[in-house]
Design a protein around this ligand. Structure first.
Ligand code: WTA
Length: 662
């Protein structure tokens, strides 16, 4: 198969044709956590026992008896029989080991204020909030929703939940009120931790009103809402009867000691909702033993984290990247993790580099969309700062184009830091395909080989492995500890979304399908091409086109809508919407505004359409299917192929002219 068959966008082939390669710098290799390439063979030969190495990074209350239980595949279980607590592993044991005074979290607010929590401080805070949650009535296995921006109370709340065995479900603070309600309803969550507001480019955003709006649409009774006072305004007057001031409750519980609850390895640690092909977000379930082991192991092997490091991942904790690689992985390893509340260009475009310099950051992990923005702003911003503390750079969330990769390598890493391009998903819990920075040659644009022990293969539509040089579909053919266990309350959808496509049920051979297209080269390096389902990736954020479409068709005056992703210089992809107005309605600015508003209300500003194109018809095949591929090509400004198989080829030109101009 060619790349074109898998995914419409061309160009990548040409970009990779003269792919340069880079070797890991000697200075890095000398000190790296993993330097021996025999690890690949070792993990293959000793699979699945190899994953004991991950479990060994944790302290278990009760040792596990079985590494992998595959009796009920694809409902795999890892480290069965074992018991542990995630908060204990991220806090207490480091304090017991003498790291009480080591910084655990270094937080910087957008306005420039800073807070440092040592491991000792963090443990105290977590215990006080865990005691608070218990007092409010939160019991083991109750789902607690966390709707918070990048403030320290978010990881504190996560770890407090983990301590008492209450799974958390974090909802990205930029999501809309509707999105909050949908997730609370789906998880039947009766407890919520939120805040009054936060800062964006110097302005205070009102988060409490949005929260309250969302709460109106929650179908069950919400027992308690805890509100963090971030803005310093008088909170009391704005709180309803079941709403409490975080600080007051925590003060009352200061000094509390809360024994970490011993959880079964397979007990749920958290839920994380993510977009899928239908309008309903999927509640991805992660467990305590497998997930935490995998987050810790990949943090050590790929991010090369050591306890004495200052490590910074600039993602938001409201997404999986922040869960695994700001909170759980780094804290399990006892390192110092940096958190930044704000935007990279406030007050100026050197804000991130100022943070790197001030905190002497060793490892920096970000998204390609951010790198493309840095590139556009220019090298003069990083040049103003001493970035010599950096040792390793990473990217995640979307394909990185070789040009952005090289810019990052040269201008941020000064050609002295390896760059790891890590492919993974909310569902995989941790990294799956990437180079090991102390071992492998780097090839900009390609993520790299699958990690040791990860059986990722590229297959064609029939499920046969493609030959080197070809494109196909990315699959994972063996389970791994960090994998999702199911979709919350929806085992059926878990099977149909991930395991139906390429598994042979009768032979009990299960193949995980992440719904990404990819290419493989002679060295087994994988270049991820992007989603092959109806999900688009805007600035590294996964959005379901169906979710957006259903918001748009709810606007009166809209008869039909099609949403696709189109290429975008900075965002990677942007949302393009094609709308057929109802008879008697004009497709004009008014309707456009209502459509944009409806999308922001349903999902949030991240889903805001780049363009709304009105058209009397959508291009359809003779059997009546919308030709999405063609709409994507129009949005991306690609040359349009043969349209003769369409029922209505004449509409194409009209639409293309509106989008691309003439
Ligand atoms: C995409 C984010 C190319 C991919 C951790 C995947 C990537 C989706 C990469 C998951 C990468 C993530 N190269 N594509 N290095 N990393 N993706 O669940 O399409 O928010 O399926 O998890 O992002 O997005 P999610």
């Amino acid at each position: 198969m060619s790349e074109e068959d898998v995914r419409g966008d061309g160009g990548l082939e040409a970009r990779l044709e003269e792919q340069e390669t880079f070797e890991p710098p000697e200075s890095f290799v000398e000190q790296a956590n993993v330097t021996d390439e025999s690890i690949y063979e070792e993990f293959e030969e000793e699979w699945p026992q190899c994953w004991e190495q991950a479990a060994d990074l944790l302290e278990w209350d009760e040792p596990y008896d079985t590494v992998l239980e595959d009796e009920e595949a694809p409902f795999y279980e890892w480290f069965t029989g074992g018991n542990l607590n995630a908060s204990y592993n991220c806090l207490d044991r480091h304090v017991e080991d003498g790291a009480k005074n080591r910084a655990a979290i270094k937080w910087e607010g957008e306005l420039g204020e800073t807070r440092t929590y040592t491991y000792g401080d963090l443990l105290n805070e977590v215990e006080a909030f865990a005691a608070t949650l218990r007092d409010l009535g939160v019991e083991e296995d109750d789902v607690v929703t966390l709707y918070m921006p990048m403030i320290p109370e978010l990881p504190i709340a996560m770890l407090a939940c983990a301590r008492i065995g209450a799974p958390h479900s974090a909802v990205f603070a930029g999501f809309s009120a509707d999105a909050l309600a949908t997730r609370m309803n789906s998880a039947d969550s009766e407890y919520l931790v939120t805040c009054d507001g936060y800062y964006r480019r110097g302005d205070a955003l009102d988060h409490l009103s949005k929260t309250n709006e969302g709460l109106e649409d929650v179908e069950h009774e919400v027992s308690d809402v805890v509100v963090v006072d971030r803005l310093g305004d008088d909170l009391e007057h704005s709180l309803a009867d079941n709403q409490h001031d975080y600080d007051e409750l925590v003060d009352e519980h200061a000094g509390a000691s809360v024994e970490p609850v011993s959880r079964d390895a397979e007990d749920m640690l958290f839920l994380m909702y993510t977009s899928g092909t239908t309008g309903q977000p999927k509640g991805v379930k992660h467990t305590t033993g497998g997930y935490l082991s995998y987050a810790a192991w990949t943090s050590q092997a790929v991010l090369d984290i050591k306890p004495e490091d200052t490590y910074w991942c600039s993602a938001d904790i409201g997404w999986i990247t922040g869960h695994s690689y700001i909170v759980y992985g780094p804290l399990a390893l006892g390192t110092t993790t940096v958190m930044y509340e704000g935007t990279p260009d406030y007050p100026d475009k050197d804000r991130l580099w100022e943070i790197v310099e001030n905190h002497r950051v060793d490892i920096f992990y970000t998204a390609p969309t951010a790198i493309r923005a840095f590139m556009k702003w220019g090298a003069e911003y990083p040049d103003q700062h001493d970035l010599s503390s950096l040792r390793l750079l990473g990217t995640v969330g979307e394909p990185i184009n070789p040009r952005a990769w090289k810019w990052y390598y040269q201008n941020i890493g000064n050609e002295e830091c390896p760059v790891v391009d890590t492919w993974w998903q909310t569902e995989t819990g941790g990294m799956m395909v990437t180079t090991l920075p102390g071992v492998n040659t780097m090839k900009p644009g390609s993520a790299g080989p699958p990690l040791p022990g990860v059986d990722a293969r590229i297959v064609d539509a029939a499920g046969e492995e493609v030959e080197a040089g070809n494109a196909g579909y990315l699959t994972v053919q063996k389970p791994w500890p960090g994998m999702l266990r199911t979709l919350y309350n929806n085992d059926e959808r878990f099977i149909s979304e991930y395991w139906q496509e390429y598994s042979d049920e009768e032979a009990d051979e299960w193949v995980y399908f992440p719904e990404d297209g990819a290419k493989i080269d002679d060295d087994g390096y994988i270049t991820v091409l992007g989603r092959v389902d109806d999900v688009i990736n805007v600035s590294g954020h996964r959005l379901g086109t169906m979710e957006i479409e259903s918001a748009i068709v709810g606007v009166s005056g809209v008869a039909e809508a099609a949403v696709v992703g189109g290429e975008h210089d900075i965002k990677g992809e942007a949302v393009y919407t094609y709308v057929i107005p109802e008879d008697g309605y004009e497709g004009g600015d008014d309707l456009r505004e209502q459509i944009v508003e409806a999308v922001e209300d349903a999902i949030g500003p991240i889903a805001r359409p780049e363009e709304v194109v009105f058209t009397p018809e959508l291009p359809k095949t003779r059997s009546g299917k919308i030709m999405r591929r063609l709409l994507e090509d129009i949005a991306s400004g690609n040359e349009l192929g043969n349209t003769s198989t369409l029922r209505n080829p004449e509409v194409v030109e009209d639409i293309a002219e509106q989008v691309q101009g003439d």
